[in-house]
Design a protein around this ligand. Structure first.
Ligand code: HEM
Length: 396
């Protein structure tokens, strides 16, 4: 990782790639919420950081002043590689999104539950006899990769390639235009080959489904098709992986929670919402396209805004005992899947994967703890989660 200048003052010089942020961004956001609820930095060519729920919500809903044309924060001007619908603004966004929804309904996702359970068990079979594993690398990272591969109709054994692409697009190397262009070319070549196969023999998978879509009576352009396929492949992998591995880390450290879930399985739906809320992985960005004022602060056109949805979830103005995981919390309108028109299309899928992954783990490995001397390795950037969670299984 490139050496970064130390942060002098988080209110006017924050850096979302700083190791302190990766280790514990909530400590930073809590402090900012008390002192300066909209922080700013001149790094990355100028970025604002609101940390109160209501300000984050107002910006996410305001597509007139805040555009999704740019959703990541980079040192250099990014190379344009749209991934519709997430990088589209109204009015183009709505039809691009609507056509995807039938593939992600609760009924469509429900059909994937048995195979997801089977995949989780195959993963557990591979390490249970050893009495230990890395819950992030050996388990959590594979569950969403295998499920989305199955949905798309591509080879589930290609998972390592997909994770390498994510790594290259999320790390420092994304600043390197050569790496970025190479990865996009590789993904596009991968999908072009898959599309060609389906042009000769149609298939009823997600790629085939997308190839059949039209907008205003016209088939999707190749750029649109490839952009959306890139999004569908990548949007659900490191996000869901982070939620599963962070939840397992929490359970490894919290015996009373894993025991309660093992003995009261009916708690699982509300517990999953709490894991999603408190351990939320995803922040996104917007480009300010017109000057605006939110929460008493001015946002100047041309700069970026970072929207930390995980901070919105821990705002004490919005949630009682905001930092605490309350397994049976009843009212839980969290922002983990975003707010406004870009709210996550994959939320039913992510919820199912998280629930099934935790249910199967607890059924087979009810007692476990962090391995002695375990070092956790946190991802950097806008999707945050532990990438290494070494655990040891305990006798029951
Ligand atoms: C725990 C797992 C996940 C989290 C926390 C998450 C979070 C998010 C967030 C915060 C957004 C809003 C982005 C914005 O405001 O600009 C979003 C959008 C999106 N997510 Fe997810 N996501 C997860 C899993 C998935 C999965 C499994 C898929 C399926 C492939 C998926 C597909 C999408 C798509 C297509 C959008 C764009 C929606 C639009 O622009 O209208 N996500 N997600």
């Amino acid at each position: 990782m490139a050496e970064r200048p130390p942060v002098v003052d988080w209110t006017r010089d924050f850096d979302h790639n700083h190791p302190d942020w990766s280790q514990d961004p909530h400590a930073i956001w809590d402090d900012l919420r008390r002192r300066c609820p909209v922080a700013h930095t001149d790094r990355y060519r100028g970025v604002y950081l609101p940390v109160r729920h209501d300000d984050i919500r107002a910006i996410a809903y305001d597509t007139e002043h805040f555009s999704s044309r740019r959703i990541s924060i980079l040192e250099k001007p990014p190379i344009s590689a749209p991934i519709p619908p997430v990088t589209s603004d109204p009015p183009r966004h709505r039809p691009q999104r609507t056509m995807l929804l039938p593939a992600f309904t609760p009924a469509a996702i429900g059909e994937l539950e048995p195979v997801t359970r089977q995949m989780c068990n195959e993963l557990i079979d591979a390490f249970i006899a050893a009495g230990r594993c890395d819950a992030a690398a050996d388990y959590a990272s594979h569950v969403p990769t295998r499920v989305i591969s199955r949905m798309l109709g591509v080879n589930e054994r290609d998972g390592d390639r997909f994770r390498t692409w994510i790594h290259d697009l999320a790390g420092d190397s994304v600043e390197d235009g050569v790496v970025f262009t190479r990865v996009i070319r590789e993904i596009d070549a991968f999908f072009r080959a898959e599309i060609a196969v389906r042009r000769t023999n149609s298939r009823s998978d997600l790629i085939g489904f997308l190839m059949d879509q039209t907008i205003d009576g016209e088939p999707l352009s190749e750029q649109h098709l490839l952009g959306t396929l890139r999004l569908l492949l990548l949007a659900g992998i490191d996000t869901t992986w982070s939620s599963i591995s962070h939840t397992l880390l929490h359970l490894a450290r919290t015996p009373e929670h894993r025991r309660r879930l093992a003995t009261e399985p009916a708690l699982m739906p509300s517990a999953v919402e709490e894991f999603l809320r408190v351990l939320a992985p995803v922040s996104v960005a917007r480009l300010v396209v017109k000057d605006q004022e939110v929460g008493g602060c001015k946002f100047a056109a041309g700069e970026m805004v970072l929207l930390p949805y995980p901070a919105a979830n821990r705002d004490p103005e919005k949630f009682e005992r905001a930092d605490e995981i309350v397994l049976d919390r009843q009212e839980n309108r969290h922002s983990t899947f975003g707010l406004g028109i870009h709210r996550c299309i994959g939320s039913n899928l992510a919820r199912m994967e998280l629930r099934v992954a935790i249910e199967e783990w607890l059924r087979r490995i009810p007692e476990f703890e962090l391995a002695e001397g375990a070092s956790l390795n946190w991802s950097r950037g806008l999707v945050r989660g532990p990438r290494s969670v070494p655990v040891r299984f305990l006798p029951v």
